[in-house]
Design a binder for this molecule. Structure first.
Ligand code: ADP
Ligand code: MG
Length: 388
């Protein structure tokens, strides 16, 4: 059963009537620009074809009920209770339900008058926790649905911001705006160039189809945990670096400043800073290269990004390095880990006729290293959130 049908079937268990509609939003892959978002820098993600679907219908009683194929039980709260629940008492809500209920909470004040309650049934084919942002997909699907059902008339940026606020405050995950922006603004065969300082975006055609390139995702299965450990530590290093260099954020440091940075900073902080500075440059260079030369020319930039994350930022793991090396050896033109690091997924840009060989090479290399088998699949840059 497709995820859209599964959402419809789940809706039928919630409500006797038909849903008002089915809305969906995609996951995303970040092509390049890692850990640059919270440094006010640049990122270049694209939406993928895997989507989360929300079958949604209005209720007369002012209640919000959310159900997911992901969870055993529906969760129900009153619209009037949302302000008391979020953020103060969010722990009373099962974590998965905080995403859709959090979006309802952030969007409700945008309505001019009263809004009806809703039943929301969710089903997804975005793998959870694989670095493909199932969280932005669930937020995006609910946001476009409520925007329409509640007659809010918000634009896509506002809906992305609502999703982010839900994730930050209702869920409690300190993430940036990249994922929601990609899920909202995605277009077929294109990436979204996002300036995380100004929040300006540009659609950048990728031309993968014409160049007969496919994007292979290699999900290592190694779990990442955003809120904890390494991620928070890297953020703290970046903040320290900016403070010691006397700038508002590392966005304001250029390659020309690096020699001075090397004198001012301790060795580890310097390497963290160097990753952010060079990664921002690589994003700009990737956008320029895509425009001027096309996608076959961006391989070296992807590789340099991976090396910087492995050596300077130190957020790779042996599984990710193995995936990148194996994909390259089997004909990928570029490859890098993607997402926050410490596990998750790598991507490889592979000529169509080499996809099977690259997937085989990765699987074989994992087995040879004694790693658990990776999950290897292709993704296609695809359209953003919409009513289906
Ligand atoms: P990622 O975004 O990389 O997949 P996150 O930890 O940010 O990982 O978000 C995953 C969480 O989002 C899940 O643990 C779950 O709470 C929630 N989630 C995602 N998709 C669904 C879904 N279809 N139904 C219910 N909850 C979901
Ligand atoms: Mg997420």
């Amino acid at each position: 059963m497709s995820a859209a049908d599964a959402a419809g079937a789940l809706f039928a268990t919630l409500s006797a009537g038909e849903p008002a509609g089915v809305w969906s939003a995609p996951g995303r892959v970040n092509l390049i620009g890692e850990h640059t978002d919270y440094n006010d820098g640049f990122v270049l993600p694209f939406a993928i074809e895997a989507r989360t679907h929300a079958a949604v219908g209005a209720r007369a009683d002012g209640r919000v009920r959310v159900a997911s194929t992901f969870a055993d039980e529906a969760v129900e709260v009153g619209l009037a209770e949302l302000d008391a629940l979020f953020p103060a008492r969010r722990d009373e809500i099962p974590e998965w339900a905080r995403y859709p209920l959090g979006v309802a909470w952030t969007l409700r004040p945008s309505a001019s008058g009263d809004v009806p309650g809703v039943d929301i049934a969710l089903a997804s084919d975005v793998p959870v926790g694989a670095g493909l942002s199932s969280s932005a997909a669930i937020e995006g699907a609910v946001a476009v649905a409520l925007d329409e059902l509640w007659g809010l008339g918000l634009d896509r940026r506002a809906l992305a911001a609502a999703g982010r606020r839900a994730e930050n405050e209702a869920v409690g995950a300190p993430t940036g705006i990249m994922d929601q922006t990609a899920s909202m603004l995605g277009q077929a065969d294109a990436a979204i160039f996002l300036d995380c300082r100004t929040l300006q975006t540009q659609i950048i055609p990728l031309g993968f189809a014409e160049a007969q390139l496919e994007v292979l995702v290699i999900d290592t299965g190694v779990k990442h945990a955003h809120a904890t450990g390494g991620y928070a530590e890297r953020r703290a290093s970046c903040e320290l670096g900016a403070r010691l260099l006397g700038v508002p954020s590392l966005r304001d440091v250029t390659a020309a400043d690096l020699p001075r940075a090397a004198q001012v900073l301790d060795e580890v902080t310097f390497r963290r800073v160097r990753h952010i500075v060079t990664e921002n440059q690589r994003v700009l260079e990737t956008v320029r290269t895509l425009r001027e030369s096309g996608p076959l020319a961006i391989g070296a930039l992807l590789l340099a990004s991976h090396a910087s994350m492995r050596d300077d930022f130190e957020i790779s793991v042996p599984e990710l390095d193995t995936a990148v090396d194996a994909a390259l050896s089997a004909g990928a033109i570029g490859s890098r880990m993607t997402g926050g690091g410490f596990g998750g997924a790598a991507i490889a840009l592979v000529p169509s006729d080499r996809v099977a060989a690259a997937a085989d090479a990765v699987t074989t290399a994992f087995a040879a290293s004694g790693f658990a088998a990776p999950h290897v699949f292709t993704v296609t840059p695809s359209a953003g959130a919409r009513r289906d």
